[in-house]
Write a protein that binds this ligand. Structure first.
Ligand code: SAM
Ligand code: SF4
Length: 333
């Protein structure tokens, strides 16, 4: 079995799959308040998701991240997790993980840990309950904090993902950092990306470049760059005073494409070879055309042979060149 390698000799070892476009929150940078969600028939079924992920694993994917929308609001999603976890048992899959808003973790953390999940990423932009409600519109902070606690109690490592938003959580930088240090969570900041159809003005207003955030951190702490790379857009520093590791995901200002080992699949089975480009391949049709996986494998191989060298976001001239019209909740962040 030849493993997936793209035209630039990058092995494809990391797959992110969105299992739903739905969510119990309405974060302002991610969704409109009133969203039109997809009809159920358009979504991959749990069985189709399993076939799709298993095929990628057979072709060399070793790390699988489940996302959404909010993955834990998909009906029966634990059935999917339990089934796909068989690849952890065989050793074919090295890591199975998820990105979640944390709202359902109190309910599911123990089960997730029991099937072999070791880490979860939880998105949390503020520790202020009123601000949390404002940014998520429908979210409630205590529920998420309870979820995080349940995850920890179950033995899951928690990484907090915080979207850096100018005029919103600039003052939260040090409180968040202190809280993560005291709770033992890793912390990664994400630069806000030009997704969806929110007004251009609003996004540019909210754009807080991580180099500015980093400079703010450096006023108080000694930062050491770490060589560690994940094959994705994250870069890490160690805060010498606390020993904490902090990540920065800067898809807009830094080029991380040369080491890109990842692709993503939407909840409708579109394979995106690059987060920043529209080119995609429909995997739902081959999934539904045959109960064997040959057509699916051919479609995946054909798509990977088109994986582009890099992407084209550019905020530097205060324009949104390269803007993507899809929402993160659709492609899966
Ligand atoms: N619902 C889950 C969650 O919030 O973690 C998983 C899906 S969410 C789309 C995945 C990640 O994308 C979250 O960390 C979220 O903060 C981030 N995200 C959503 N919209 C974004 C945007 N416009 N720019 C940068 N990050 C964004
Ligand atoms: Fe939901 Fe996550 Fe998007 Fe927030 S960022 S609306 S929690 S999918």
């Amino acid at each position: 079995m030849t493993k997936l390698i793209d035209p630039f000799a990058r092995p494809i070892s990391y797959l992110r799959v969105s299992v739903t476009d739905r969510c119990d929150f309405r974060c302002t940078y991610c969704m409109a308040e009133h969203m039109q969600f997809l009809p159920k028939k358009d979504l991959l079924t749990l069985e189709e998701l399993d076939r799709l992920c298993s095929t990628f694993i057979r072709l060399g994917v070793e790390k699988l991240r489940i996302t959404g929308g909010e993955p834990l609001v998909r009906r029966d999603i634990m059935t999917f997790f339990k089934t796909i976890a068989r690849h952890l048992d065989t050793g074919a899959l090295k890591e199975l993980t998820l990105t979640t808003n944390g709202s359902q973790l109190a309910r599911f953390a123990a089960e997730l840990a029991a099937i072999g999940i070791r880490r979860v990423n939880v998105s949390l932009d503020t520790l202020d309950a009123a601000k949390f409600q404002a940014i998520t519109r429908w979210g409630r902070l205590p529920q998420v904090l309870e979820g995080i606690e349940a995850a920890q109690k179950s033995g899951l490592r928690v990484k907090i993902n915080t979207v850096a938003l100018k005029g919103f959580n600039e003052e939260e930088l040090f409180p968040l950092l202190d809280w993560c240090a005291s709770e033992g969570h890793d912390l990664t900041f994400i630069e806000v990306m030009p997704m969806g159809e929110m007004g251009e003005e609003m996004r540019l207003d909210q754009y807080w470049p991580l180099k500015d955030l980093r400079a703010r951190l450096a006023e108080r702490f000694t930062l050491t760059d770490l060589a560690e790379r994940s094959g994705g857009p994250a870069r890490y520093v160690r805060i010498e005073e606390t020993g904490q590791k902090v990540g920065f995901i800067t898809p807009l200002t830094h080029n991380f494409c040369e080491s890109c080992n990842r692709v993503r699949v939407t909840c409708t089975g579109e394979l995106f070879m690059c987060l920043g480009q529209e080119d995609n391949a429909d995997l739902r049709a081959p999934l539904r055309a045959s109960s064997e996986d040959d057509l699916l494998e051919q479609a995946i191989r054909a798509a990977i042979s088109r994986k582009p060298k890099g992407h084209d976001f550019d905020y530097s001239r205060q324009s949104v060149k390269g803007q993507m019209s899809r929402h993160m909740s659709h492609t899966g962040g």
